[in-house]
Design a protein. Structure first.
Length: 86
């Protein structure tokens, strides 16, 4: 199964860039971001560390049990986009 990209957000997603940082909310073993973009860092927030670790799009993951501490760290840094596929 090939995941569908976040087409409805395509115009809102930042372009490629080493200085662009993106947060994938409710992430899992797959992200739904377009594959034609390269960002400096993609962080994933999800429920299961094992699934998050299998997601090749993520540079770092935040399992939900660490949400309270890690979310504060993320919130204080500059994000260019945060989104989820529902």
């Amino acid at each position: 199964m090939t995941p569908l990209p976040l087409a409805q957000y395509d115009e809102e997603l930042p372009g490629s860039g080493d200085d662009v940082r993106v947060l994938d909310l409710c992430s899992s073993w797959v992200s739904h971001f377009p594959t034609d973009r390269r960002w400096g860092r993609v962080d994933g927030l999800g429920l299961n560390r094992e699934e998050l670790s299998k997601n090749p799009a993520l540079d770092f993951c935040f399992p939900l049990r660490r949400l309270r501490v890690e979310a504060l760290n993320v919130a204080t840094n500059r994000l260019h986009f945060a989104g989820t596929q529902s």
